[in-house]
Design a protein. Structure first.
Length: 218
């Protein structure tokens, strides 16, 4: 979900009696939020009240966003309960996931998933990403990384889904230095040192495959 943004537009109107009223515009109506009678102290108090209103509104936005995220998570779990997966695979949101314990390079990880009639995981949403990261956080007993099914081998910093003529639309890079935009790091992983946020890395490095089999159409 995209974060909600509330913009407060202020307009100034001079009054004939020497007062100035500041109107906040939003929704279908205008309402006066500050009335200034020439005394700076009163104006500052009114401005502080407006700031408190904005803080309160932002808190409400945060609560609403959390409610939406929780509903999306429940929706994913509901879809999981209806998704038949093989033993050892985990269901979420209409897909089945297999977390391999062997560490291999990207090419071998890709082939391994194909041998299971699946593909390296395509992370399409915030909630799917949270589901995957929680599993890794709860089941990683040492420094382990996991491959993500995307590369920028063809064009630097244009991340493509392997085997598909389609760019990746969701990202969870660990920090502003990721991806590094170098020609030697063209694959992506869930990085254990960044609490499983993403990092780019050489495709010849090793990590664990996460295979995904889409069952939404079944």
């Amino acid at each position: 979900m995209n974060s909600g943004i509330i913009l407060l537009f202020l307009q100034f109107f001079s009054m004939t009696d020497g007062h100035i009223i500041i109107y906040g515009t939003g929704g279908d109506s205008q309402r006066p939020v500050v009335k200034w009678d020439g005394e700076s102290g009163n104006l500052e108090l009114e401005i502080e009240d407006v700031k408190e209103d904005v803080v309160s509104i932002n808190k409400q936005i945060g609560l609403l966003k959390n409610r939406v995220d929780n509903l999306e998570t429940r929706k994913g779990h509901l879809a999981s309960s209806r998704t038949p997966c093989l033993d050892g695979w985990m269901a979420y949101g209409g897909s089945c996931y297999y977390f391999c314990s062997n560490e291999v390079n990207y090419a071998r990880a890709d082939q391994y998933c194909k041998s299971l009639r699946a593909h390296l995981v395509h992370v399409d949403s915030h909630n799917e990403n949270i589901f995957l990261k929680k599993f890794m956080q709860n089941h990683s007993y040492s420094r382990r990384h996991y491959w993500i099914g995307m590369t920028d081998i063809e064009t630097e910093n244009v991340w493509m889904l392997p085997g598909e003529n389609k760019t990746t639309s969701f990202f969870d890079w660990a920090n502003s230095r990721e991806p590094s935009c170098t020609r030697t790091e063209n694959c992506a992983r869930f990085a254990q040192e960044h609490n499983y946020k993403w990092g780019d890395i050489s495709c010849t490095s090793t990590a664990r495959p996460v295979c995904e089999e889409n069952r939404k159409g079944e």
